[in-house]
Design a protein around this ligand. Structure first.
Ligand SMILES: Cc1cc2nc3c(=O)[nH]c(=O)nc-3n(C[C@H](O)[C@H](O)[C@H](O)COP(=O)(O)OP(=O)(O)OC[C@H]3O[C@@H](n4cnc5c(N)ncnc54)[C@H](O)[C@@H]3O)c2cc1C
Length: 403
């Protein structure tokens, strides 16, 4: 007999688990279909999160924190031991700014919370197809498990299946991305490297990561997630993939290059336009809905919030006559309305994309003068702009791209 649910959530990652918990708490019958055998597996992440962004979820407990974040370090194209021009990166103190998480534990905890809220959570469960009736109405999904293939009936599908969102595509939503609309990433977990715990590093410049940035996120004073995010079709990438740039950055940043514990590659959608994120009976959430910050590419808290909002729209739709395309489309606009910061980040990204390495050096120089070794509340934004005006007035003309 066909099982019937109000909502099938495809993907038990961050967005999917949060969405499922909200839906189940509203009394809906929910199936979470997660293709992995352990929700914490395949940890494609640098694990950094802002304390403020994740606070509303009340999920961070001491066992989830690998290291606190109490500030940050900014390096420019010419910063660092192997170039000589600028020896010191900019160091900003920001006590309590965030955490480097044990992301695997966060994933498991959210999955368990969805289960505890009453959702039926199935592992090794792959959503293979989305079924529609003759007039296009959603009928359900086809799932594949160890016991075979099954068609499950549902009124709504929340596709929280990550950046590629094949489920979204099966449902008729164009989830394809241009190369310029995503960051291509590569990351090592490095051991035996000297880093400053509490101070994640961000290195901008096409000489480090074309169109993006490289990062060093310390998990202790000897271990760090060291990676980069780049735009693959940027001319300065010279057709080289993220792994090439990561190897180069590792040599640039560390005299003693340490040992590699793990290596991952992945993609993060960083759209500066609002994508379509719903179709009849289907709504996208998280990376599938392109919820990540278009500048920093932070997506953990963003995916969780996008899952929450998508679920709230579904609850509202189901208690008001059914999931029309129009009501589900509200999920996308609500997400962007609820996050004016993301619109601001998209505007800054439009400027950032136009800067050459010389201009990025000027930016870092101006930051050094105004922010170096200060606390976040002692920063001098006016001093920053005056410095920029003095050293690189052309940069200020890019302000027109902020609109
Ligand atoms: C290298 C790298 C580093 C990053 N670092 C950071 C960082 O430091 N901080 C930060 O905030 N963000 C970071 N991000 C971004 C962040 O990881 C993502 O934005 C976030 O994971 C998105 O969550 P999600 O739930 O939307 O998708 P995912 O976490 O990708 O979850 C999707 C889930 O769906 C499942 N699934 C997929 N297809 C199916 C299917 N057909 N059937 C059933 N299940 C399916 C998958 O197995 C997966 O569990 C990083 C990303 C990368 C690639």
């Amino acid at each position: 007999m066909t099982r019937r649910f109000d909502v099938v959530v495809a993907g038990g990652g961050l967005a999917g688990s949060v969405a499922a918990a909200v839906l189940a708490r509203a009394g809906l019958r929910v199936l979470v279909a997660e293709r992995k055998s352990d929700p914490g597996d395949f940890n494609y992440c640098a694990e950094g999160v802002s304390a403020r962004a994740i606070a509303p979820f009340h999920v961070v407990s001491p066992d989830l924190i690998a290291a606190p974040i109490d500030g940050g370090i900014l390096g420019g194209p010419s910063t660092g031991p192997s170039t000589g021009r600028l020896s010191d990166p900019v160091r900003l103190r920001w006590p309590g700014a965030g955490y480097i998480l044990h992301r695997d534990r966060l994933m498991r905890k959210l999955f368990e919370q969805a289960e505890a809220a009453g959702a039926r959570c199935e592992l090794n469960c792959d959503v293979r197809n989305v079924h529609r009736g003759a007039s296009g109405q959603l009928e359900g999904v086809e799932i594949s498990t160890s016991s075979g293939v099954e068609t499950v009936a549902a009124d709504v599908v929340v596709a929280a299946d990550g950046v590629a969102s094949a489920v979204g595509r099966m449902a008729g939503i164009d989830t394809c991305l241009e190369l310029s609309e995503m960051f291509a990433c590569a990351q090592y977990r490095l051991r035996d490297v000297p880093v400053e715990a509490g101070y994640p590093e961000f290195w901008i410049g096409d000489s480090h990561a074309p169109g993006g940035y490289a990062w060093v996120f310390p998990r202790s004073d000897r271990e760090a997630n060291v990676g980069l995010a780049m735009v693959a079709d940027r001319p300065s990438a010279n057709g080289q993939v993220a792994t090439h740039w990561l190897k180069k950055f590792r040599k640039h940043r560390f005299k003693s290059i340490g040992k590699i514990d793990s290596y991952i590659t992945g993609g993060i959608p960083v759209l500066v336009r609002r994508p379509t994120s719903s179709a009849q009976g289907v709504v996208l959430a998280g990376d599938a809905a392109r919820s990540a910050d278009p500048l920093s590419a932070a997506g953990i808290a963003e995916a969780m919030d996008s899952g929450r909002l998508a679920a709230e729209v579904v609850v509202h739709a189901l208690s008001n006559g059914g999931p029309s395309e129009a009501t589900l489309a509200a999920a996308a606009s609500q997400y962007f309305q609820a996050h004016p910061r993301l619109r601001a980040m998209a505007a800054i990204r439009r400027v950032f994309d136009r800067l050459d390495d010389g201009e990025k050096d000027s930016l870092v120089d101006a930051c050094r003068g105004a922010f170096h070794d200060r606390r976040i509340d002692e920063m001098d934004p006016l001093g920053f702009f005056l410095r920029l005006l003095r050293t690189s007035p052309r940069l200020l003309t890019y302000a027109r791209y902020l609109r």
